[in-house]
Design a protein. Structure first.
Length: 428
């Protein structure tokens, strides 16, 4: 069955139509000037004339909307060109249209050294006097961590102008010295993503938070989301975030790199000092019931709990220990008893349940009974069944899965009766 998109009978608003027409015209002009430039004279001329036209005619908020609308068109139409003899169109676009009063910026991957230097130098020069008003900056221009000395220097200069940032993405190129600059400069930073920045170490985390300075940086109070996947940070640096930043709700790192040492530290912290943390999402392999209990008690604000375990029974966990959990992810289960324990304890508060790689038959009737508020059910690599009609059902199935809106099965073996059960569910 094929589906056709609904015909849009309502014409575009005059504002939208005008902005699209203006952006297309600007891209056309810039394409004519896509040459290897040294003194930037023609681009400065375009920038000056454009500024004179926009000043007093276009509100700042609309001007930024036009800027991002043009980037979207540029990404769709131009990026991916193989013409490496000319500057990337993004460079020209930034040079002419970016202003330090804008709130959001994303710098995509740039293949040429000259293009990266031009963008970094531009951002520094525009923010050198009063800084940028950027709330969010996503710097993804670098292809790998081995950036040149010039690129490293210019990146540090650029970061000193990002005084108002709340969100920073700095992929692959960050190092410990940059983190020190960020800690001193970005006093309101709430989220940082340092993906594949292998030069970032535990020392850089201490410098970011000012742990060895006379006073900690303000980031210890503002930081809420930290992503250090594929860096050189160990369990020590990760725990520093939890210990010194009481508002950190999200901490993402590469699973397996130092997971067990990290969890051991958390467990000992709870056993010795009953210390708790603010994380809302946590994945961990469970080796023993006591270990599971101590780790879960360390995070009373959890909203998403992910467990991988071969235990046969649940620890002494009560609903009051995980009052905020709404999403449960479990995997690697060898015994149906622990799944039953989990759903019987917290099933009524769950809105999402995800089960992966279990070595027993899952009774979907039990899931429906224990988890009446499920809106999403994901099952991967498992066998499903229902209570045989020959057995007396201890509960009514009439209203099971009444709130279910999303079902995802992959590598799942089911029985025909199950499909008849799910046909009663309205999936949207």
């Amino acid at each position: 069955m094929s589906y056709s998109r609904p015909v849009q009978l309502q014409p575009k608003s005059l504002e939208v139509a005008a902005s699209q027409s203006w952006t297309q015209f600007m891209l056309k002009v810039l394409r004519k000037h896509r040459h290897s430039f040294g003194d930037h004279v023609c681009l400065r001329t375009i920038r000056t004339k454009l500024g004179e036209y926009l000043d007093g005619r276009v509100p700042v908020s609309v001007e930024e909307d036009l800027f991002h609308h043009g980037l979207a068109m540029l990404k769709k139409e131009v990026w991916g060109s193989d013409n490496f003899s000319s500057p990337d169109m993004y460079v020209l676009y930034m040079f002419v249209l970016y202003k330090p009063q804008m709130q959001h910026l994303e710098v995509p991957g740039l293949s040429q050294h000259a293009d990266k230097v031009t963008v970094l130098d531009l951002l520094y020069n525009l923010g050198a006097q009063h800084g940028h008003l950027l709330q969010s900056a996503k710097i993804k221009m670098f292809e790998h961590s081995k950036i040149s000395i010039e690129e490293n220097y210019l990146t540090k200069r650029m970061l000193r102008g990002f005084m108002n940032l709340k969100t920073l993405v700095l992929w692959k190129a960050a190092d410990d010295a940059m983190l020190q600059i960020i800690g001193i400069t970005c006093k309101s930073l709430e989220s940082i993503d340092l993906w594949k920045s292998i030069k970032v170490t535990d020392l850089g985390i201490r410098m970011l938070l000012g742990l060895d300075a006379q006073n900690n940086t303000r980031l210890c109070k503002t930081m809420a989301k930290v992503m250090i996947k594929d860096t050189s940070v160990t369990n020590i640096g990760a725990f520093d975030f939890l210990l010194h930043c009481p508002n950190v709700e999200t901490l993402e790192f590469t699973h397996g790199s130092f997971m067990q040492q990290f969890l051991d530290t958390i467990e000992q912290s709870y056993v010795n000092k009953h210390r708790t943390f603010a994380l809302k999402s946590l994945f961990f392999p469970v080796l023993s019931s006591d270990f599971m209990y101590n780790v879960i008690k360390s995070f009373p604000k959890l909203e998403e709990l992910s467990l991988w375990t071969s235990l046969s029974s649940l620890a002494e966990i009560k609903p009051s220990d995980v009052p905020e959990v709404r999403t449960l992810k479990v995997g690697g289960l060898n015994y149906s008893s622990i799944l039953s324990d989990l759903t019987s304890v917290i099933g009524r508060q769950l809105t999402a349940l995800k089960i992966e790689t279990v070595h027993f038959d899952i009774n979907i009737d039990d899931i429906g009974q224990d988890c009446p508020n499920l809106g999403e059910l994901n099952i991967i690599n498992a066998r499903l069944n229902v209570t045989p009609s020959t057995e007396k059902q201890p509960f009514s199935t009439a209203h099971m899965f009444s709130k279910l809106r999303k079902v995802y099965f992959f590598l799942v073996r089911t029985c025909p009766v199950l499909y008849r059960t799910l046909t009663k569910v309205r999936i949207v």
